[in-house]
Design a binder for this molecule. Structure first.
Ligand SMILES: [Zn+2]
Length: 165
């Protein structure tokens, strides 16, 4: 946790500051590991910059890129996954302002700016939003394994069988 970077987002945006760096997945919070990531040494590059949008609202622009290894949910083998995210997070002072803005614009990404915001936790949030729910090879070649898996009882159907008794 010692390498974590804290910023004041409002000041960061007002001063149009920029910040760049890279981080390996193993240094991030465990909540990002659970999503079928097989290689925690994968490095992600990020850049963060502050500014004001057309409505004079402060924002943070975050770019995040890197190659990850995810576990294919069909054959259970690792697959390469390219992460390339660009997001603009508009800053609000109060929850009610954020709610109103989100209601008016469904595509808006926003957050309530805390005086101390952890840059890595912003990264973690973006990674979690970007990762596919059930990653699969586009052309999964391991058909043999797939057949084996299909012949195994699905743990969820076993569970639902139990609960219906
Ligand atoms: Zn596969």
């Amino acid at each position: 946790m010692s390498n974590r970077i804290l910023i004041d987002p409002q000041a960061f945006a007002a001063d149009r500051e920029t910040l760049q760096g890279s981080v390996d997945l193993g240094s991030l919070d465990k909540r990002v590991w659970s999503h079928d990531i097989t290689d925690l040494s994968s490095v992600l590059h990020y850049s963060l910059s502050g500014g004001k949008d057309g409505w004079q609202r402060p924002f943070l622009a975050l770019s995040l890129s890197g190659s990850l290894k995810l576990r294919c949910q069909r054959c259970m083998q690792p697959m390469d996954y390219r992460l390339d995210e660009n997001v603009r997070i508009v800053l609000f002072s109060h929850e009610t302002e954020l709610d109103e803005a989100m209601a008016a614009d469904e595509t808006l990404e926003g957050m309530v700016a805390e005086a101390e915001t952890d840059v890595w936790s912003l990264l973690e949030d973006q990674i979690l939003m970007a990762l596919p729910f059930s990653p699969k090879h586009e052309h999964c070649t391991n058909a043999e394994l797939e057949t084996v898996n299909q012949n195994k009882p699905n743990p969820f159907s076993v569970l639902s069988g139990l609960s219906s008794d």
